[in-house]
Design a protein around this ligand. Structure first.
Ligand code: ADP
Ligand code: MG
Length: 243
């Protein structure tokens, strides 16, 4: 079931006293159930910090995070029902692809028969059925990325967080995986936040785009809004829209 995500007045400071640096400045974003939201902005603007706060790896200095109506600030990451996909998809090297995908289910004591069924479904979605017996070292970069997504999908999370998952892949594979991620989202309907610093990826993947700079949300809108009605010159320049 798809959950909504509310980010309300989120501030984050690192460091204390006069050395404190505010990297997120009162961020407000509402993500609708099943939406695929893009978070885009230059390196260092606070994108990963915001994802870490949603995932519970960092706590906000101020503000609220609600997932499916539940206030999750202070809730440990493992209890937030979130799956994250990073650029460095650390698969378990000694396990087969099937065991990599099923590991989280095993930890949750899901019975074997159900695990096997879920692994089969996820492998079919990702078209990696023929790879289930292989080890990660026997896979290409794109195949590993698929397995990493399979591992996240198998858990049927409430929320998917992607942090620049394609930035280690070559250009051709990136285009292919973009289409794959779009297809998977359409199939699974899981609410997703996808971070990128790539304008093209932002404009082609999301139903709405949040543009950030220096810890401030500059604009939140559809690709059409962002391109044709940029809120300020920064957004216009970043996206390359005609102003
Ligand atoms: P992005 O993902 O957009 O590139 P980050 O969220 O990683 O940006 O970082 C935003 C800013 O916060 C950067 O200036 C970074 O150096 C700083 N930062 C991130 N994590 C920490 C931390 N744990 N301690 C201190 N500063 C941090
Ligand atoms: Mg980052």
């Amino acid at each position: 079931m798809a959950s909504e995500l509310h980010i309300q007045g989120v501030r984050k400071c690192f460091g204390k006293g006069d050395k404190a640096v505010e990297v997120l400045k009162k961020i407000d974003i509402d993500v609708a159930p099943g939406e695929f939201l893009i978070l885009v902005g230059p390196s260092g603007c606070g994108k990963s910090t915001l994802l870490s706060i949603i995932a519970g790896l960092e706590e906000p200095t101020e503000g609220a995070i609600r997932i499916g109506g539940r206030d999750v600030v202070g809730v440990p990451p493992a209890q937030r029902d979130i799956a994250m996909v990073f650029q460095s998809y650390a698969l378990y090297p000694t396990m087969s692809v099937a065991d990599n995908i099923g590991f989280a289910l095993e930890m949750r004591k899901v019975p074997k028969a159900e695990r096997v069924k879920r692994i089969g479904e996820v492998a079919a979605m990702l078209q990696i059925e023929h790879l289930l017996d292989r080890r990660p070292s026997q896979l290409s970069g794109g195949q590993r990325q698929r397995v990493a997504m399979g591992r996240a999908l198998a858990r049927q999370p409430q929320l998917f967080l992607f942090d620049e998952p394609l930035s280690n892949l070559d250009a051709k594979l990136r285009v292919e995986m973009r289409a794959e991620i779009k297809r998977l989202h359409q199939l699974s309907g899981i609410t997703s936040v996808y971070v990128t610093h790539d304008q093209i990826e932002a404009m082609t993947l999301g139903s709405r785009i949040a543009v950030m700079k220096d810890g401030i949300l500059q604009q939140l809108g559809t690709p059409d809004d962002i391109y044709n009605r940029p809120a300020n010159t920064y957004v216009a320049t970043f996206i390359g829209s005609p102003t």
